[in-house]
Design a protein around this ligand. Sequence first.
Ligand code: BQZ
Length: 672
Amino acid sequence: MNHHKMKMAVLGASACWLGLTVATAADEMPPEKSLAGLEYELIGRDDIYDYRALDSYSEAPFLTTLVNEGKLPPVAERLPKEPIVFKTAAMSDGIGTHGGVFRHVIGGRPEGWNWMAGQHQGWGGINMAVQECLVRQGPRWQIKGEDQTGPLPNLAKSWTWNDDRTQLTMNLMEGVKWSDGEPFDTEDVRFWWEDNVEDKNVSSRLPAGSLADGAKMEVIDDHTFRFTFDKPQSETLVESLAYIQGCPGPSHILKDKHPKYNSDATYESYTNTLPNDLLPPVVLGAWVPVVHKPDELVVMRRNPYYFKVDENGQQLPYYNEMHFRLSTWGDRTTQAVAGTGDFSNMEDPGNYVEALRQSQSDDSPVKAQFGPRVLSWRLDLNLSEESADDDVDLALRKLFRNKDFRLALSHALDRNAVGQSIARGPFAYPYTGGYATGSPYYDAASTDYHPFDQDRANALLDGLGLKDTDGNGLRNLPDGGPDLAIDVQYTAGRNEDRKQLDAMTSLFAEVGIRLLPRGIDEANIDTIRTGGNYTALFQRRNLIVPTRETCESLPSGDACPYFHQPVDGKRALLDFEPELIAAYETFITSEDPVEKANATKDMQRLITENAYVIGTVQAPAALLVNKRVRNAHPGTPVFMYEWAEDGVIRERLWTPADQQLDELFPGTVAEY
Ligand code: BQZ
């Protein structure tokens, strides 16, 4: 069967120069076989939680002791007027009981506690255990289609639009407190926005100007604030205020450290003002870090001020303690399968066969079930000419900015071979960029596939005048330049990344291009990515929902995407980037579902036709949760609107008393 569909296209400049007639072909994606086996019932948007005052509240019993000793105010005073109330009917195992430990294993290391300045806490659910955000996306996987109108509320309990949708007024929960007992209010939100997001000197996760063109914020009162936009926006825009972009930090701690309020401070000192060994940080999250042993363990204790309860009035979370063993991502799966860890997003296809085999037996501590393909890997070429380090780098970036060059790389990839290099079997499916097939926005017909075709790759490279001038088997940069060698950084600790890079290195060598892979520490890869400090970067990225970590994949602001950043505010856009910017804008501004869907199809087409990134493969993932853990809904996907750590709603997980693990620090909470 031949799926190829030919289409005439405008001739590339290089092809004209050679006097060749080259038609670019839009190839269709090969048929996909899904491995997804998740089953669940869809529920209404308000079925998971609401906001209301209950007649009475209770707390983890050890907290009552602390209250009696005068160390904490009574629970009713620690909770907001109307806490978030998790509904029993939506809990797969029902109302829980306090106590015990939940054990995570992660491959990351906490960078620091100042997430407002872009620092991460080590990923794998540790960021999300300390940060709470204006709205929430994770649990949306379970919401039925007609209720998929936008994000779920969280710190912002409600919001309204003016008639022409140029103003968004958000109402914060009243009486929420930080883990040190100080009030959370609009001053924290103002500080987050004005002095972090909109301050270009701070590497906020929501880069300045990227929420929407000309967005401004004003405070109305202690619990009300308003965004004003240049153009009408849609409900979709509010999604951008979920994790990791819309999560305020403690202004009462941070303001004094910020250069705007402290003349002795610098932006560097501000970013590093909450180093990873300074504990406990002040958080809104369900657990507070109390111990950090580098490369070993982070221990967190329950936050006595957490603003959520169950329908019996029991304050959440149910677990008293959370452990994050600082190991490797591969070890996370190994330990979950062995039962020494409670949770893993199984995301290295190299482990799948063995993990599946072990989890089949009745006495296995975990069960594994695949979701759709949401993991996708790609090579990001740095498209910024302005930030090139030297002449060779500049020559490379000029090539990267050429569509024929990017397409040549893409056609040089035998994606089946790349996939088989990480795991034999049916897991990997080709990926040429854009939305992964598991995304609600994926459209196969708008996806340009780039089949493995070395002749085509060679013709494109020849067309660019890239010849092997010194006869060593590698093409040379133009004008008698050195060998065409591309330095590629990747996360050293991820086997699945390294194996793909090995396969890519030999495939690119076959068309005369050398890849020079350089493994980077998990702790540094993030700063390298967001700072655009690389020639090329190979990594797993999830473009599933376009409003999430948008700057990774789309030109949502002047300094986005990360792989095409300006220098001193200047950059030369590629010819299709304005169209991509327009498509994203339509997506966040339009209220017409058809227009929105077309905008995501446009994004998909523009990204893949132009090989904006060089995608390799995409694979499904499986979530592993220990069977002691209750309320882990069996339908939870590893990733959909957010990672499973958010989607599984950890504050609502529990373990029956007789199966609870011993706590390392029973009877204690963080002390300030
Ligand atoms: C999941 C996730 C939760 C970041 C990180 C990590 C960083 C990226 C990405 C994943 C880890 C886990 O992913 O691999 O399964 O637990 O943390 O946050 O790869 O390097 O920067 O985007 O989320």
